[in-house]
Design a protein around this ligand. Sequence first.
Ligand code: KIV
Length: 294
Amino acid sequence: MTLYGSSSADDASRPSRKAITLPRLAEMTAGGEKIAMLTCYDASFAVLCSRAGIDVILVGDSLGMVIQGETSTLPVTVEQMRYHVACVARGLAGMAGTPLLIGDLPFASYHASPATAFDHAATLMRAGAQMVKLEGAGHDNAWLAETIAFLVARGIPVCAHLGLTPQSVHQLGGYRVQGRGDDQAERLVLDARAVANAGASMLVLEVIPAAIAARVTEAIAIPTIGIGAGDRCDGQVLVLHDMLGLYPGHRPRFVKNFVVGDDGLTRDCESAVRAYVAAVKDGSFPAPEHGFER
Ligand code: KIV
């Protein structure tokens, strides 16, 4: 796609690959190939991410912060998520070799009952999502495991999200490292097993010690995708605006600005995303300084 429609020159410049599906992601994990995931919220960046070889696009509720200027993800609504999922899906329409598209279920959209979760997930799937993501622990929270199983049984693939779950920021007392200490680490492993057993196909691990993320990754068969969780997850995700150095204010230590190359020179956005994909695939990102110790 260009501003005025699709262009064969765009297609010609892209490496040829098949569209990324869930079985393909499982195959990549089994074969030891890392999964490169980024958030994305609009059509233009969706085309750019796809051309640059991103495997999975997450239309994250982080859009509340980087697009809308809110101080948390809590104000984001299902209708706003539907709008951005549709924007991204329109960008990808007609392209070959597109990333898998995940839509985030926002705060309070899946908690009341499995049936409400299903209705909201269906809204995102109709807009073009191929999977939905929801946050929370599956072990103590039987309702969450039940909701995951309810969605999966009805044909909606689910990505779970553990560790620092931003929708619970007030309960967690801020955006802080999770899973520190033996009890918390043990709980994370139990939670991961519970969401995997409930049928989740993927698990995001956010801001937990690298050693704990490695333990969780070994404990379950589904791919783990880390953000501030060390290099031993099956893949990595970053917020697009963070890795492009666009988000004003505090930059968390797990973020690397890929617009500035190791040579100190700046690159265009597509080259930055390509550099991110290459660094995730060859294991050079995240480096130890992007992670947390026990
Ligand atoms: O909303 C989001 O962008 C996310 C990622 C940080 C994983 O959940």
